[in-house]
Design a protein around this ligand. Structure first.
Ligand SMILES: Nc1ncnc2c1ncn2[C@@H]1O[C@H](COP(=O)(O)OP(=O)(O)O)[C@@H](O)[C@H]1O
Ligand SMILES: [Mg+2]
Length: 256
């Protein structure tokens, strides 16, 4: 039996009168690649924020590997093995791709490096190089981050979030701001690298073609609730999902 990695029970979160999460029960198995969909304001980011320790739920429980992590800090979630990337990449803009990775690997890549060791060591350099190859960004090694095309920047951001080999990674709209043409290349590289690493992935995505191609499973949110949860072929054809998420009416015939 594959291990249940993440389980949420009855999660609830309100902002004033706005219900951002209500009775969210989700269970994710190790190695799954899960697409998270929903209209703007459906509660996708709130869900990611609660799982990664950025927000504390008002109600319910979050279990990771069977351990209750409800209300834990970001640091504790990271320590437990849950990392994330952001809609806007968090990188050092004045440093090159390689330098960003050296920093990430040097600081976070090895468990508590002794303080007397230099940040840049041969094993750190080797790991940074291997990561560039894994995410197919080696060609941009010496390019400063503020001069990178958006797609490469996203790949680097995700590569950095994967330093330390978390069991689970949450990607909040990894293809936002990327052209339709570039999207599939970027997601192809991301999912390929993440599958090889064995990580469990939750990615928020608006493009249903991207979701259909890369997700093993899809969770659809609406007004803070789970509207549908299942394989892409079932969820993306669910009439309620078509109406409330995809944005066209079920059935082919246009309204009279
Ligand atoms: N920090 C906040 N303060 C007040 N309202 C918020 C906050 N974060 C989210 N919301 C509201 O909660 C709802 C869900 O938001 P969010 O999770 O960001 O949706 P999504 O990521 O699906 O677009 C929205 O109505 C949003 O306006
Ligand atoms: Mg969002």
């Amino acid at each position: 039996m594959p291990e249940v990695l993440l389980e949420t029970r009855g999660l609830g979160k309100r902002f004033g009168a706005v219900v951002a999460a209500e009775d969210v029960n989700v269970s994710v198995t190790a190695g799954e690649i899960v697409g998270v969909i929903g209209a703007n304001g459906a509660g996708k980011t709130t869900f990611c924020n609660m799982v990664t320790g950025y927000l504390t739920p008002d109600l319910g429980q979050i279990l990771f590997r069977g351990k209750d992590i409800t209300g834990c800090s970001v640091g504790q979630a990271t320590e437990a093995g849950i990392h994330r990337s952001f809609q806007i990449p968090q990188l050092f803009p004045g440093l090159t791709v390689y330098e960003n990775l050296l920093l990430a690997v040097g600081v976070f890549g090895h468990r508590r490096p002794p303080w007397w060791q230099p940040l840049v060591r041969p094993e750190v350099e080797n790991e940074a190089t291997a990561i560039m190859e894994r995410y197919r960004i080696a060609e941009s090694a010496t390019t400063r981050v503020d001069r990178l095309p958006q797609g490469v920047r996203k790949l680097l951001d995700i590569a950095m979030a994967m330093v330390g080999q978390p069991a689970m990674i949450l990607l909040d709209e990894p293809t936002s701001g990327i052209s339709t043409k570039e999207k599939f290349d970027v997601m192809g590289n991301v999912i390929d690298a993440l599958r090889k690493s064995g990580a469990t992935v939750l990615f928020v995505e608006h493009d249903m073609e991207v979701v259909g191609r890369y997700a093993d499973r899809v969770i659809a949110f609406r007004e803070g609730r789970v509207l549908a949860d299942g394989t892409p072929d079932v969820v993306l054809e669910d009439p309620a999902v078509i109406e409330h998420v995809v944005g066209r009416r079920p059935g082919r015939a246009p309204d009279a």
